[in-house]
Design a protein around this ligand. Structure first.
Ligand SMILES: [Zn+2]
Length: 116
């Protein structure tokens, strides 16, 4: 086997990672407002978050920035956000296909493999 990537190899996540996160964590979850099952993802493939919210804290601490990914319901517009840092934690534990070894990818379509 080839060397493994260190857990913190990637310091940011992408929209593609967010999509994988959504499928794994929320599956085909319906909109809590109207019950529709069709969602649109906000943000482009290049960004590592869809929103950045700056907010003060209740204890008077310094303003804190929260990065989130977001989707909205195609039927009623209900918007849902997921903190980027939670998505990032999941991605670190569930690396995407681009992080797997190439020979593993060769085995995935193995029905016509020369070696069998
Ligand atoms: Zn809805």
């Amino acid at each position: 086997m080839a060397e493994k990537s260190p857990p913190n190899h990637r310091w940011s996540v992408t929209i593609d990672d967010f999509v994988r996160f959504l499928v794994a964590k929320t599956g085909d979850a319906k909109c809590p407002a109207c019950g529709n099952g069709q969602w649109t993802i906000l943000g482009s493939g290049e960004t590592n978050h869809a929103y950045r919210v700056n907010t003060s804290l209740r204890d008077g601490g310094a303003t804190k920035a929260l990065n989130t990914f977001a989707i909205f319901c195609d039927e009623c517009g209900y918007a849902r956000e997921h903190l980027s840092r939670i998505v990032k934690l999941w991605v670190e534990q569930n690396p995407g296909p681009e992080q797997l070894e190439l020979d593993d990818l060769d085995d995935l379509d193995g029905t016509d493999s020369d070696e069998r």
